[in-house]
Write a protein that binds this ligand. Structure first.
Ligand code: NAD
Length: 269
């Protein structure tokens, strides 16, 4: 049994670092042509470095700058990708940010920034991807599904998170977005799922692992007793995007070393 994404084109948002870069590498190694999306000029070099690793390993792809919270930029990204590669088969809705604050001190800018990237960005990219999937229709030389969307959510889709109301709200909402799309487009053979990472070692949560004290405290939340790596998410994303997962749609899969078993209750609470 082998995961194959041959002949397929995948857009991975926020792929210049962390989980997105891990997913881009996994999908490329399974044969997909990958669009390594990054948000701004500042992340262009990082995106190029990710793409270089991919092409050095024999993979194919391009980098593409687009702020996923901006409708005009998202529409243009999908138009450009379709005109260069013919279509899009897979969307990985990964771009995400945190702007943490005690709730009573949270500004409207902090709220809007997080909802804008984490939720509106996923809405915009999913809408443009589904339009393209429906335009193309099923092509069995690519996949038995018409298209695949994977939302990168979080354990905070179900675990409330004090001091992070904007982030937890965005992730909770992704669950309903994902399930609604899976329901609305199931008959069109479009599969939509979420991956919910626990603690993965990336720049977004550097404060939680960059000192031994912080890491030890983090590990008290993780029964499997290690921090996750982007590859842990990339492995599942490649499987979920492939035809091996053809009967999986409308679900959230947690990749968290057991965090959602609530380790702190392991001694009886
Ligand atoms: P990261 O900071 O390395 O990656 C986030 C990426 O999103 C960056 O490449 C950033 O440039 C990009 N981005 C931000 N705003 C953007 C925009 N407007 N348009 C396009 N791209 C934009 O952190 P990460 O941990 O790799 O996060 C990736 C996803 O995983 C996020 O959605 C995050 O919420 C989720 N997640 C991460 C963890 C974890 O422990 N690291 C846990 C649960 C969920």
């Amino acid at each position: 049994m082998q995961i194959s994404l041959q002949n397929q084109v995948a857009v991975i948002t926020g792929a210049s670092s962390g989980i997105g870069s891990g997913i881009a590498k996994s999908l490329a190694s399974a044969g997909a042509t990958v669009i390594v999306n990054h948000s701004s000029e500042r992340s262009a070099d990082e995106a190029k470095a990710v793409l270089k690793e991919i092409t050095d390993a024999g993979g194919k792809g391009i980098t593409y700058q687009c702020d996923v919270s901006k409708e005009d930029q998202v529409i243009k990204m999908f138009q450009d990708v379709v005109s260069e590669f013919g279509t899009v088969d897979i969307l990985i809705n990964n771009a995400g940010i945190q702007k943490d604050s005690k709730f009573t001190e949270m500004t409207i800018d902090q709220w809007n920034a997080v909802i804008g990237v984490n939720l509106t960005g996923q809405f915009l990219c999913a809408r443009e991807a589904i339009k393209e999937f429906l335009r193309r229709g099923i092509d069995p030389s690519r996949s038995i599904a018409c298209g695949k969307i994977i939302h990168i959510s979080s354990v905070h889709e179900i675990i409330p998170w004090a001091g992070h109301a904007n982030y937890a709200s965005s992730k909770g909402a992704i669950r309903m977005l994902m399930q609604t799309l899976a329901q609305e487009y199931g008959a069109d053979k479009i599969r939509v799922n979420s991956i919910c990472p626990g603690a993965i070692q990336t720049p977004i949560n550097k404060d939680a692992w960059s000192t031994p004290d912080a890491l030890n405290s983090l590990l008290t939340l993780i029964p499997y007793n290690r921090i996750g790596q982007p590859q842990d998410i990339g492995n599942l994303a490649a499987f979920l995007a492939s035809d091996l997962a053809d009967y999986i749609t409308g679900t959230s899969i947690f990749v968290d070393g057991g965090m959602t078993t609530f380790e702190s209750f392991s001694t009886g609470g």
